[in-house]
Design a binder for this molecule. Structure first.
Ligand code: HEC
Length: 124
Protein backbone atom coordinates (compact mmCIF):
# COMPACT_ATOMS: atom_id res chain seq x y z
CA UNK A 1 0.00 0.00 0.00
CA UNK A 2 1.28 3.45 -0.82
CA UNK A 3 1.93 5.67 2.15
CA UNK A 4 4.79 7.67 3.57
CA UNK A 5 5.57 5.77 6.77
CA UNK A 6 8.08 8.27 8.11
CA UNK A 7 5.65 11.18 7.76
CA UNK A 8 2.79 9.12 9.20
CA UNK A 9 4.84 8.04 12.20
CA UNK A 10 5.87 11.62 12.86
CA UNK A 11 2.26 12.83 12.59
CA UNK A 12 1.19 10.06 14.95
CA UNK A 13 3.82 11.05 17.50
CA UNK A 14 2.83 14.71 17.32
CA UNK A 15 -0.96 14.31 17.31
CA UNK A 16 -2.03 10.95 18.67
CA UNK A 17 0.61 9.40 20.89
CA UNK A 18 -0.30 11.55 23.89
CA UNK A 19 -3.58 9.66 24.22
CA UNK A 20 -2.97 6.42 22.33
CA UNK A 21 0.60 5.78 23.48
CA UNK A 22 3.74 5.21 21.39
CA UNK A 23 2.66 1.69 20.42
CA UNK A 24 -1.09 2.33 20.21
CA UNK A 25 -1.84 0.50 23.44
CA UNK A 26 -4.18 3.25 24.67
CA UNK A 27 -5.17 3.67 28.30
CA UNK A 28 -8.06 1.83 29.92
CA UNK A 29 -7.95 4.28 32.81
CA UNK A 30 -8.49 7.24 30.49
CA UNK A 31 -10.95 5.40 28.25
CA UNK A 32 -8.64 5.38 25.25
CA UNK A 33 -8.99 2.13 23.29
CA UNK A 34 -6.04 0.16 22.04
CA UNK A 35 -5.41 0.53 18.31
CA UNK A 36 -4.18 -3.03 18.04
CA UNK A 37 -6.95 -4.42 15.84
CA UNK A 38 -8.00 -1.77 13.35
CA UNK A 39 -8.56 -4.35 10.62
CA UNK A 40 -11.90 -5.38 12.03
CA UNK A 41 -13.35 -1.91 11.40
CA UNK A 42 -13.03 -2.58 7.67
CA UNK A 43 -15.60 -5.39 7.89
CA UNK A 44 -18.46 -2.91 7.54
CA UNK A 45 -18.63 0.40 5.65
CA UNK A 46 -19.75 2.12 8.88
CA UNK A 47 -16.64 0.76 10.60
CA UNK A 48 -14.37 2.13 7.91
CA UNK A 49 -16.15 5.48 8.17
CA UNK A 50 -15.81 5.46 11.96
CA UNK A 51 -12.02 5.31 11.65
CA UNK A 52 -12.08 8.77 10.09
CA UNK A 53 -15.19 10.25 11.75
CA UNK A 54 -13.98 9.54 15.30
CA UNK A 55 -13.06 12.87 16.95
CA UNK A 56 -9.34 12.10 17.42
CA UNK A 57 -9.09 11.75 13.64
CA UNK A 58 -11.70 14.10 12.20
CA UNK A 59 -10.74 16.96 14.52
CA UNK A 60 -6.98 16.59 14.27
CA UNK A 61 -5.11 19.56 12.79
CA UNK A 62 -3.74 17.37 9.99
CA UNK A 63 -4.63 18.06 6.36
CA UNK A 64 -6.92 15.62 4.53
CA UNK A 65 -3.96 14.27 2.58
CA UNK A 66 -1.87 13.79 5.72
CA UNK A 67 -4.78 12.18 7.55
CA UNK A 68 -5.33 9.74 4.68
CA UNK A 69 -1.61 8.92 4.74
CA UNK A 70 -1.73 8.41 8.52
CA UNK A 71 -4.86 6.25 8.29
CA UNK A 72 -3.27 3.97 5.69
CA UNK A 73 -0.09 3.66 7.74
CA UNK A 74 -2.14 2.84 10.83
CA UNK A 75 -4.00 0.09 9.01
CA UNK A 76 -0.69 -1.69 8.50
CA UNK A 77 0.93 -0.69 11.79
CA UNK A 78 -2.11 -1.66 13.87
CA UNK A 79 -3.59 -4.33 11.60
CA UNK A 80 -4.31 -6.77 14.40
CA UNK A 81 -4.94 -10.45 14.19
CA UNK A 82 -7.63 -10.53 11.51
CA UNK A 83 -4.94 -9.49 9.10
CA UNK A 84 -6.92 -10.51 6.08
CA UNK A 85 -9.86 -8.10 5.99
CA UNK A 86 -9.51 -6.62 2.50
CA UNK A 87 -9.96 -2.91 2.03
CA UNK A 88 -9.23 -0.09 -0.34
CA UNK A 89 -6.65 2.45 0.84
CA UNK A 90 -8.13 5.72 2.12
CA UNK A 91 -8.05 8.53 -0.42
CA UNK A 92 -7.83 12.22 0.33
CA UNK A 93 -11.31 12.93 -1.08
CA UNK A 94 -12.92 10.19 1.01
CA UNK A 95 -11.23 11.48 4.14
CA UNK A 96 -12.42 15.00 3.36
CA UNK A 97 -16.01 13.81 2.93
CA UNK A 98 -16.02 11.76 6.16
CA UNK A 99 -14.41 14.52 8.17
CA UNK A 100 -17.20 16.85 7.15
CA UNK A 101 -19.50 14.53 9.09
CA UNK A 102 -17.63 13.99 12.37
CA UNK A 103 -19.09 12.06 15.29
CA UNK A 104 -19.55 14.73 17.91
CA UNK A 105 -22.01 13.44 20.50
CA UNK A 106 -22.37 9.97 21.98
CA UNK A 107 -19.09 8.64 20.62
CA UNK A 108 -18.76 6.00 23.35
CA UNK A 109 -22.25 4.59 22.69
CA UNK A 110 -21.78 4.82 18.94
CA UNK A 111 -18.52 2.87 19.23
CA UNK A 112 -20.01 0.22 21.54
CA UNK A 113 -22.88 -0.49 19.12
CA UNK A 114 -20.53 -0.57 16.15
CA UNK A 115 -18.06 -2.94 17.80
CA UNK A 116 -20.90 -5.33 18.70
CA UNK A 117 -21.97 -5.35 15.05
CA UNK A 118 -18.40 -5.87 13.84
CA UNK A 119 -17.96 -8.78 16.23
CA UNK A 120 -21.13 -10.37 14.81
CA UNK A 121 -19.80 -10.37 11.24
CA UNK A 122 -18.96 -13.99 10.42
CA UNK A 123 -15.38 -14.77 9.47
CA UNK A 124 -15.09 -15.40 5.75
C1 HEC B 1 -7.54 13.39 23.51
C2 HEC B 1 -7.16 12.00 23.35
C3 HEC B 1 -7.05 11.47 21.93
C4 HEC B 1 -6.29 11.96 20.90
C5 HEC B 1 -5.37 13.19 20.88
C6 HEC B 1 -6.51 11.08 19.78
N1 HEC B 1 -7.39 10.09 20.13
FE1 HEC B 1 -7.97 8.55 18.96
N2 HEC B 1 -9.32 7.99 20.33
C7 HEC B 1 -9.45 8.53 21.57
C8 HEC B 1 -10.60 7.93 22.23
C9 HEC B 1 -11.09 8.24 23.64
C10 HEC B 1 -11.17 7.04 21.31
C11 HEC B 1 -12.44 6.16 21.47
C12 HEC B 1 -13.59 6.85 20.79
C13 HEC B 1 -13.90 8.13 21.48
O1 HEC B 1 -14.40 8.09 22.62
O2 HEC B 1 -13.61 9.19 20.90
C14 HEC B 1 -10.33 7.09 20.13
C15 HEC B 1 -10.55 6.32 18.99
C16 HEC B 1 -9.71 6.29 17.91
C17 HEC B 1 -9.85 5.41 16.78
C18 HEC B 1 -10.94 4.39 16.56
C19 HEC B 1 -10.50 3.05 17.10
C20 HEC B 1 -11.38 2.53 18.18
O3 HEC B 1 -11.15 1.39 18.61
O4 HEC B 1 -12.30 3.25 18.64
C21 HEC B 1 -8.83 5.68 15.94
C22 HEC B 1 -8.53 5.03 14.60
C23 HEC B 1 -8.07 6.73 16.53
N3 HEC B 1 -8.63 7.08 17.73
C24 HEC B 1 -6.96 7.29 15.96
C25 HEC B 1 -6.38 8.47 16.41
C26 HEC B 1 -5.36 9.17 15.68
C27 HEC B 1 -4.71 8.70 14.40
C28 HEC B 1 -5.08 10.30 16.38
C29 HEC B 1 -4.15 11.41 15.99
C30 HEC B 1 -4.41 12.06 14.72
C31 HEC B 1 -5.92 10.28 17.56
N4 HEC B 1 -6.69 9.16 17.54
C32 HEC B 1 -5.90 11.24 18.55
C33 HEC B 1 -8.64 9.48 22.14
C34 HEC B 1 -7.74 10.29 21.42
Amino acid sequence: MAFNAQKAHFDYQMNCQGCHGPDGAGSAKRGVPSLDDLDRFQKLPEGREFLIRVPGMSRSPLSNADLANLANWMMEEFAGTDGTVPFEPFEEAEVARLRDNPIVDGVVEHRAKLVARLDAVPKS
